[in-house]
Design a protein around this ligand. Structure first.
Ligand SMILES: Cc1cc2nc3c(=O)[nH]c(=O)nc-3n(C[C@H](O)[C@H](O)[C@H](O)COP(=O)(O)OP(=O)(O)OC[C@H]3O[C@@H](n4cnc5c(N)ncnc54)[C@H](O)[C@@H]3O)c2cc1C
Length: 491
């Protein structure tokens, strides 16, 4: 059996491991942390279970398709519930909207904000559905290695309807005038890590995922998906080595011979790096074997980092739903401070996840489990004083907008930002979401899944194709594993 080492146990590494093990490879995952899941790990404290990263379960079909490859279903591992309302947006004290599950009800919400926008929403979502289907049946599973992949008959025929060359901001404005609707429709694009002016309108497919396919939640927390994939991988024979930070990939000529971990050498036939691409290239490989130089990385637009607070309170908090977006400050100013003039934001928008609204198991009785997430620029000086300043800013805003000061009810609090992303995941510039999906950082223009000079070394994860997010990370693992399986024997 050919032996494969996978560096990192995030969604991309777990996904790749399952496909390779099922195809008969002997697979071992080396993970620097003590538990699997990467950015989607969780931790328990004071009776609370906090998901550390992802909280929005979108595109359930991607998860079904993944487990389906192994004759399993998500429900074999976890119970999903659809949230209704999907989420709440707070624009100011007197103005908040609950986004209902289901397009018909949503149409009414739109109509209440702007006359005629209900029908426009239907047209907008029809186009978004088309893009979603073309992308998820074709584009997103391409390995991004040859331009000819993009000449696929379906994609070529659809090119004009995919709006690849139009920014999503101007595209949305063709349908809607009200700034609140525009902001609501721009919100899912933020997952892709760039400003709406720089994100292709192709990604209105995210609006279809949000509004038509729905926002779901795995009971027990997002980490249930990590547990599910880890348990599937183990059942397929994948070995796990935790607390195992890979220090070096040993290369001889154009071949990777194995990896060094905690001072010991482990020989392998193939290596798949699912840790952050920049770290793998710059820290684990000799300079002559890297695909990309330091200056390449410095020119790339990284998706933002974020400042997070994991908070447990000893009482229920009114005014919040499972997902609440605080859009009471100017998004354009916030975006400028993330992308154009990177600095700590003057008045950021933020997001609060409160899974205890849906799931009693993640907090003690009558308590609330909160994650406050503030998107910020990468590479900022990250000090305790700065974090504390933003904690009080968020608390003041929550007090003003929900009428409750929760500070005296906080029984657990932990902050997380750049320093932690860099220490825990070797994240370039402390990024949270990898590399942004702009026009020039999409599909074949993203860092390649193959190493161009080391024939048996591959890459997967949110810095390569197709991009940031849990569904893309799962697909990324599948794509690289499929490529290795196909080319195995010729390498
Ligand atoms: C705060 C936050 C919120 C998010 N919210 C959402 C959301 O709601 N919905 C959504 O779809 N997506 C969300 N995302 C994005 C999503 O979590 C990521 O895109 C996805 O989890 C990335 O998976 P990955 O496998 O590419 O990388 P990672 O999860 O980072 O996995 C890489 C692994 O490699 C390990 N590693 C690094 N260096 C080494 C080394 N030298 N040796 C061994 N191991 C190493 C790391 O420890 C890590 O476990 C969020 C991300 C963050 C950070």
């Amino acid at each position: 059996m050919s032996r494969v080492a996978i560096i990192g146990s995030g969604f991309s590494g777990l996904s790749a491991s399952c496909f390779l093990a099922a195809a008969g490879f002997e697979v071992t995952i080396f993970e620097k942390n003590e538990t699997p899941g990467g950015r989607a790990r969780s931790f328990d404290n004071h009776g609370f279970t906090f998901d550390m990263g992802p909280s929005w379960y979108w595109m359930p079909a991607v998860f079904e398709k993944f487990f389906g490859h192994f004759n399993k279903k998500p429900s074999d591992y976890y119970e999903l519930v659809r949230l209704d309302p999907s989420y709440r947006i707070i624009f100011n004290v007197n103005e908040r909207y609950d986004i209902p599950a289901g397009v018909e009800k949503l149409k009414e919400t739109f109509e209440g904000i702007e006359r005629g926008s209900g029908d426009q929403l239907m047209r907008f979502l029809d186009e978004a559905k088309f893009k979603y289907e073309i992308s998820f049946e074709n584009l997103i599973y391409f390995p991004g290695l040859k331009v000819t992949e993009l000449l696929d008959a379906h994609v070529v025929k659809a090119l004009f309807r995919l709006h690849v060359f139009q920014p999503i901001r101007s595209y949305i404005k063709k349908f809607f005038n009200d700034p609140r609707l525009i902001q609501l429709l721009e919100f899912p694009v933020l997952f892709l890590g760039a400003k709406p002016e720089r994100t292709p309108a192709l990604y209105s497919l995210m609006n279809y995922a949000d509004m038509a396919l729905g926002t779901w939640y795995p009971l027990g927390g997002f980490n249930q998906i990590v547990n599910a994939m880890t348990s599937l991988a183990k059942s397929l024979g994948v070995g796990f080595s935790f607390n195992s930070c890979v220090q070096n990939i040993q290369i001889e000529s154009d071949h990777a011979k194995g990896i060094w971990v905690n001072g010991a050498f482990h020989p392998f036939d193939y290596i798949i790096a699912s840790a952050d691409y920049h770290h793998v290239e710059q820290d684990l490989l000799p300079s002559g074997q890297r695909n990309y130089s330091k200056s390449y990385w410095n020119k790339k637009l990284m998706a933002p980092s974020c400042l997070i607070f994991y908070i447990g309170t000893n009482k229920k908090i009114e005014g919040l739903l499972h997902h609440t977006l605080f859009f009471d400050e100017d998004f354009n100013q916030h975006a400028k401070e993330i992308y154009d003039h990177p600095q700590w934001p003057s008045a950021p928008q933020f997001y609060v996840s409160c899974p205890s609204k849906t799931d009693r198991s993640v907090a003690p009785a009558d308590c609330e489990n909160l994650m406050i997430l503030i998107p910020v620029a990468t590479d900022l000086e990250d000090t305790e004083q700065t974090r504390e300043r933003y904690f009080h800013m968020a608390m003041e805003r929550i007090k003003r907008l929900t009428g409750q000061d929760i500070r005296s009810h906080v029984v657990y609090k932990k902050s997380y930002a750049h320093r932690d992303f860099a220490t825990d995941y070797n994240a370039f510039k402390g990024n949270a979401y990898g590399m942004a999906n702009t026009l020039f950082q999409t599909a074949n223009l993203r860092p390649s899944i193959i190493n161009k000079s080391v024939r048996n070394l591959f890459y997967t994860g949110q810095l390569t194709i197709p991009g940031p997010g849990v569904p893309p990370a799962i697909i990324s693992g599948q794509v690289v594993a499929t490529h290795l399986i196909k080319t195995h024997g010729n390498l």
